[in-house]
Design a protein around this ligand. Structure first.
Ligand code: Q46
Ligand code: ZN
Ligand code: ZN
Length: 329
């Protein structure tokens, strides 16, 4: 197969677009398409400051690379969750994947070494709040079976806090089309009107203190972000977080890929047709969001009056630890 643009041997076949490209043209195509999405959905402008949430995986590192190539002012944020390293108990729960978080940070540092003048914020959850995510999850009802709920709540809080404190205009995440289509499938199967109304490439900032969230890779297939990372020479962490095993989102992705094998472009059409239907008002009136008020402890916007869910959770973790210390003393 030959590249559509230069007749050289194609390196990537983008079946959903009936487009084959050589390495050089694919490495141009991904930033061009990302730029298009940024403009089309009015994500941000070149004079705005962007905070990119980086995990060390292919999507977030590829996104950081693309945004800086396009000339955007994009700083990184890495949240060290303490996965696979906090304790022997955690290692046993993660199938022996040791040092997952540390290995992720290592990939980010390698990425930054090859690119001058990038700025990274690092928040170490254990050092800042007193326990890593797996340990905190074991101590609370919210995370007693799986740490993902504790993890998600904590990440959302930290991302918003760092973006606000740093005066960033938008928070960018590396969610790709496969991620978005899987969430869409989940929201559709349960007809979550409110979630469907709010799902999209941009979640605008709210007056009550939530920073704008954007997903510049929302139309990019996961296979293509991986190809971009490899061809651009980005070394990333291949393993998924060990706690992702068994997640329903992975199952939905597999179903969508089965569909895609039968119908080329099905995933993309599913998502784009949803965005069109939404624009035409299919979910009008469902957007209503509860008014937020500042948390009395941390000041971040919260749907509950008084102490926010994040502060409540981590207060409980500290109390549990305290009790643990007292009983072992
Ligand atoms: S990082 Fe955290 Fe995910 Fe790992 S513990 Fe679950 S939520 S699976 S995106
Ligand atoms: Zn070419
Ligand atoms: Zn709070």
């Amino acid at each position: 197969m030959k590249c559509r643009k230069c007749e050289q041997k194609a390196a990537v076949n983008l079946r959903q677009h009936k487009l084959a490209l050589c390495k050089a043209h694919f490495l141009e195509w991904v930033p061009e398409q990302t730029e298009r999405a940024i403009h089309k959905y009015r994500m941000f402008t070149p004079d705005e400051r962007i905070l990119v949430a980086v995990s060390g995986g292919k999507d977030s590192l590829a996104l950081w690379d693309v945004l800086t190539r396009l000339g955007y002012q994009a700083d990184g944020l890495y949240i060290n969750l303490g996965i696979g390293e906090a304790s022997a108990a955690d290692r046993s729960q993660t199938d022996g994947v040791v040092g997952y978080s540390a290995a992720s940070l290592e990939k980010i540092h390698q990425f930054m070494e090859a690119r001058a003048a990038l700025k990274l914020h690092v928040v170490d959850v254990a050092a800042t709040y007193g326990a890593g995510i797996p340990e905190a999850a074991r101590m609370t009802a919210r995370g007693s079976t799986k740490p993902c709920s504790v993890c998600g709540l904590t990440k959302r809080h930290i991302m918003n806090r760092v973006a606000r404190e740093g005066g960033y205009d938008a928070l960018a995440t590396g969610h790709n089309l496969d991620d978005e289509a899987a969430v869409l499938m989940s929201n559709t199967l349960s007809w979550q009107g409110g979630y469907l109304a709010r799902q999209g490439p941009v979640l605008p900032a709210s007056e009550d203190g939530l920073v704008r969230k954007v997903k510049p890779f929302c139309r990019m297939y996961e296979r293509d972000t991986a190809a971009y990372a490899i061809l651009a020479g980005i070394d990333y962490i291949y393993e998924e977080c060990p706690h992702a095993i068994g997640a329903t989102s992975i199952e939905y992705k597999e179903w969508l890929n089965q569909l895609e094998r039968k119908r080329r472009g099905a995933k993309l059409q599913f998502y784009l047709n949803f965005l069109r239907a939404k624009k035409e008002g299919l979910f009008a009136g469902q957007e209503a969001r509860v008014a937020l008020s500042p948390c009395t402890v941390c000041g971040q916007p919260s749907s509950a009056p008084g102490e926010c869910a994040f502060c409540r959770l981590w207060r409980r973790v500290r109390e549990q630890r305290q009790q643990g210390v007292e009983t072992t003393a």
